[in-house]
Write a protein that binds this ligand. Structure first.
Ligand code: 0RQ
Length: 504
């Protein structure tokens, strides 16, 4: 397809990014595409940021509510934050400038389960969506849209917004056409029906996004790559964590609790997740499938090697080398990858039905198995809960992984009480550090505490944790989850000191 904008009406709406951004009013709620650094609009956010700066220089207020699928890239999040143009950010971010403004109290941030976002908008709980700014790979003659490298919340933004701006990115591979599965069957209660997806690679929807053409106010042509962040090679700790996970899965197969080809895999973002996938790629399991949120390099390697036969996600997020491989072998990959709206890729109903094996990273866990994925020192946000909660609570097996220490050993990632709870002890089955793996299934809090300290804590911190636990066991008024409430957070005070020294 030589011409990416094949619809005559939409062709007549082609304009510059500056002209398109001029159509976004101050105070608007704007739903932008973008998920884990892919499929985000490349030019309109920058043009909007320039307008905001001009307005601010003239003493006028100009801020928006910024809604996306998940994290984006500097061309979107950073430029709008630098223009002090974001009043409210949701549902996930991982940008340094945005993080700084949130933690300085200058930007509001609503950190949501990623599968919830679309329905919250449909319910009217987040307010009105004024404008959608969506990157697509192309526009069909009849006006349907070829989705880009992420689907995220695009279906909902396009359906719910009053006005739509499309960025048509000719850098996106048109070989992706047909790879997406956009499900239009989600209703609002009481009319909601079961989601008919019974296999990780099943298709229940359409390859294109429907679009009410009368709402499209601008089409902007772009030609820029996604963020394509490189990955670090797995370090020793990540490899050890991966080995513990793989050994555990092997034992589960032997015990007859998992089939030899396991169950669909979900893997969080980051280097440890990639190391686990690299381990699986060299491991004993064959014919694996994935039902996950983001496809990173590790899964692409596994598809290429044949270990992984199919992968479902809402976005691809590759390093530059993996992106090159994906583009050069698009016919091979597009047959094996399905990209869905994030409300379906992360849907609790589907995750539970398929029996997903969830593996997510964390900041810290406590001795009873509560997990903090989002906060530093209990008060500052790192990124957000993302999809980890969608998967963890509903998974067949739910792993949380972390190195046993942070900041070169100055902090223990196993603490008496976490400073913030994202995943309660009820949602956490298996905790893994480079030291070992604690299988918490069926255990009481006291049994869990002993196991987590013994298997997961770093030897430098084991004696202090044991001492705390033993004293709590004696002195705690309740003996179900023994704690010394005036002391439980003392380890967090220590963390504050360590981190203050670091930032000084
Ligand atoms: O900070 O870079 O300033 O040193 O936290 O830690 O070890 O590099 O780990 O990049 O895998 O991130 C949980 C944040 C882990 C991530 C989290 C500091 C550490 C470093 C990062 P520095 P690492 P990772 C589906 C799944 C939530 C969303 C999710 C995350 C920084 O995985 O955001 O799961 N998850 N989504 O030094 C103080 C501690 C610390 C600590 C680590 N105990 N105390 N600082 N750090 N432990 C995907 C999506 O939803 C899109």
């Amino acid at each position: 397809r030589a011409d990416r904008v094949s619809n005559p009406l939409l062709k007549s709406k082609i304009m510059s990014a500056d002209a398109a951004a001029a159509l976004i009013p101050p105070g608007a709620n704007v739903g932008m595409s973008g998920f884990t650094g892919s499929g985000y609009p490349k030019l309109v956010p920058g043009a909007l940021a320039r307008r905001m700066k001009q307005a601010h220089a003239a003493g006028e207020a100009f801020r928006i509510g910024l809604w996306t699928g998940a994290s984006t890239a500097p061309e979107l999040d950073a430029v709008l934050a630098e223009a002090h143009g974001v009043e409210m950010r949701l549902p996930y971010q991982s940008d340094a400038t945005v993080r700084k403004q949130i933690n300085a109290g200058e930007m509001q941030y609503t950190d949501l389960h990623l599968s919830h976002v679309a329905q919250l908008v449909w319910y009217g709980f987040l307010g009105h969506l004024d404008v959608a700014v969506i990157e697509v790979a192309g526009i069909l003659p009849d006006g349907r849209l070829i989705p880009s490298s992420s689907v995220g919340n695009n279906k909902t933004w396009i359906d719910q917004a009053d006005k739509i701006i499309l960025e048509v990115n000719s850098m996106q591979n048109l070989g992706m056409e047909g790879m997406h599965d956009i499900y239009y069957g989600t209703q609002v209660p009481p009319d909601r029906q079961p989601i008919p997806l019974v296999r990780a690679n099943g298709r229940i929807g359409e390859a294109y996004l429907r679009c009410d053409l009368s709402k499209v106010i601008a089409v902007v042509e772009t030609n820029q790559p996604d963020r394509n962040t490189p990955f670090a090679a797995p370090d020793e700790n990540s490899q050890r964590i991966a080995n513990h996970v793989i050994e555990f899965l092997g034992a589960e197969v032997k015990a007859g609790r998992l089939p030899p080809d396991l169950l669909p895999l979900q893997s969080g973002v980051g280097n440890i997740a990639n190391a686990v996938l690299a381990g699986l790629n060299n491991g004993p399991f064959e014919n694996l499938t994935a039902y996950t949120e983001v496809l990173q390099d590790g899964m692409l390697d596994m598809l290429r090697s044949g270990k992984l036969v199919s992968a479902s996600a809402t976005a691809i997020s590759f390093s530059p080398e993996a992106m090159k491989d994906f583009n050069e072998n698009i016919e091979f990959y597009s047959k094996r990858i399905v990209l869905r709206p994030q409300e379906i890729s992360n849907h609790p109903e589907v995750v539970r039905r398929l029996g997903v094996i969830a593996m997510n990273a964390m900041i810290e866990a406590d001795i009873y198995g509560n997990v903090n994925s989002t906060h530093i020192k209990g008060t500052s946000i790192m990124n957000g809960i993302g999809g980890s909660g969608d998967f963890a609570r509903n998974a067949f097996l739910s792993f949380f992984v972390t190195p046993s220490t942070a900041k070169n050993g100055a902090l223990s990632c196993i603490v008496p009480m976490v400073s913030h709870v994202d995943h309660t002890e009820h949602d956490v089955q298996i905790i893994v550090t480079e030291q070992g793996l604690a299988d918490l299934r069926g255990l009481s809090p006291k049994q869990r505490a002993r196991l987590i300290i013994e298997k997961c804590a770093h030897p430098d911190y084991r004696p202090a944790l044991t001492e705390y636990y033993e004293r709590a066991l004696r002195e705690s008024p309740g003996k179900h989850t023994p704690h010394l409430m005036n002391e439980a957070f003392s380890w967090q005070d220590n963390a504050v000191k360590v981190l203050n020294t670091e930032s000084a």
